[in-house]
Design a protein around this ligand. Structure first.
Ligand code: DGL
Length: 259
């Protein structure tokens, strides 16, 4: 069991930000990553569609013998994780916007959250937000258009900077000191955001927390891979593999798969 792969999926290339954190923390683990770029973005789809796509990805990872699945997508986690946990008998790790650390540490009592429509409108997101943000202003912003730009290879582009300027403006007017990145595609924007935001605004994402949770669950269930062999890492995309290769700087084995 322990040498079976960790399965990871996202609506596209963004979840590789989570995969990289997992690979850094757990370098012995074999991993299979699915980039469902053909169906990106998930963020504007109905809850039912997001659920069906999450089931499709889960079934494929299970058929490849994965021992645990990381849903490296906030939109799929907030809309589908309870169902997946109730239907499949393997552990699922999800990703949610890191509202809690931002709310606990804000000095200005104002935090910004950039995420997809699907995440911001989900019940799970509202539950977490209500739990931790009493007395704190939460400026929510749907990142409309960001994922399609990343998925079409226009990460560092004029169009991207123009969108971000519009989205950050209301947050800066409210004097936020934390910006929560609530979508696994967005950590790739950190170099651009750092240049656009005042120095006192801290950016947080959930990647490391997800990797640590994956380690904790594997360890608790005695499923950590103790082999010191070089791990097998396979990343599959049902879209343009050049985009996946370019976001990963050609560091991993990427292939096309129709799923
Ligand atoms: N990367 C995903 C997330 O974390 C989904 C973005 C999308 O497909 O809209 O939410």
């Amino acid at each position: 069991m322990s040498n079976q792969s960790i399965g990871i999926f996202d609506s596209g290339v963004g979840g590789t930000s989570i995969f990289k954190e997992i690979h850094t923390l757990l370098p012995n683990e074999n991993c299979i990553y699915l980039a469902d770029s053909k169906n990106a973005p998930y963020g504007n789809k109905s809850e039912q569609d997001i659920l069906q796509l999450s089931i499709k990805n889960t079934k494929l990872l299970i058929s490849k013998g994965c021992k645990l699945i990381v849903i490296a997508c906030n939109t799929a986690t907030t809309n589908a994780i309870s169902h997946l946990r109730s239907q499949y008998n393997i552990p699922f790790i999800g990703i949610e916007p890191a509202i809690k650390p931002a709310a606990l540490n804000t000095q200005t009592k104002a935090i910004g959250i950039l995420a997809t429509k699907g995440t911001l409108s989900s019940q799970l997101f509202h539950k977490t937000t209500d739990l931790y943000t009493s007395g704190i202003k939460v400026i929510e912003q749907v990142g409309e258009g960001i994922v399609p730009l990343i998925e079409s290879g226009k990460l560092d582009s004029k169009d991207m900077r123009a969108l971000l300027e519009i989205y950050l403006q209301p947050m800066l007017e409210q004097n936020i000191d934390f910006l929560v990145l609530g979508c696994s595609h967005y950590p790739y924007l950190i170099p651009i955001l750092t240049k656009m935001l005042p120095e006192h605004v801290k950016i947080i994402d959930s990647g490391l927390a997800v990797a640590k949770q994956t380690q904790a669950i594997l360890s608790a269930q005695n499923m950590l891979n103790t082999s010191t062999d070089k791990p097998t890492i396979n990343l599959f995309s049902n879209g343009d593999i050049n985009i996946l290769n370019s976001i990963l700087n050609l560091q991993f084995d990427v292939s096309y798969l129709d799923f």
